[in-house]
Write a protein that binds this ligand. Structure first.
Ligand SMILES: [Zn+2]
Length: 171
């Protein structure tokens, strides 16, 4: 869903739609929208110092898969760091793990999917990162979800009136 935040004062002045809920960055929810942004347009956002409105220097100081961190420095002394996504435990960028999960849960072949992204020029995780995520996170999550579902089914059956009658022909 596309949306942007309008502060309440602006909404009153120009009589726009009421304030929309701001997007959250909950690492446990992958429903938040992501956008593909070209590097030139991204760096243009850091070309002007927000403190003195003069031209400032900016550069990419860290890139890891889908993660990018930019430093902006101005002659007036202003400095800030900006990153394109939240970080999970062990300094793991959220979207790197979400991308591994999306590839795994969709059934797509990881090497083909990553090759397609690389051809497109999209900065993404390596195949070895995908397989590490698969081993440490996405496979354990699938097993846990299956066990939870099984436990729920057993619990529902036990709570059923009259119990469950299971029959077979011994084959
Ligand atoms: Zn400045």
């Amino acid at each position: 869903m596309f949306g942007y935040v309008i502060d309440s004062a602006t909404a009153v002045q120009v009589n726009l739609k009421p304030k929309m809920p701001s997007p959250t960055c909950d690492p446990h929810q992958n429903g938040i929208d992501k956008f593909i942004v070209c590097q030139e347009e991204l760096m243009a956002l850091f070309a002007i110092c927000p403190a003195c409105c003069e031209k400032s220097d900016s550069r990419i100081v860290q890139q890891e898969g889908t993660f990018v961190k930019i430093e902006q420095v101005c002659a007036c002394g202003y400095q800030r760091f900006w990153q394109n996504q939240p970080i999970l435990h062990r300094n793991m960028p959220t979207c790197n793990l979400l991308l591994s999960g999306a590839i795994h849960f969709s059934g797509c072949l990881a090497t083909q999917t990553l090759r397609m992204m690389t051809l497109f020029g999209l900065q993404c995780i390596s195949a070895s990162t995908f397989f590490r995520h698969q081993r440490r996170y996405t496979i354990p999550v699938i097993i846990q979800a299956w066990q939870n579902e099984q436990a729920k089914n057993f619990s529902d059956l036990k709570a059923m009136d009259g119990g469950l009658v299971v029959a077979g022909d011994c084959r």
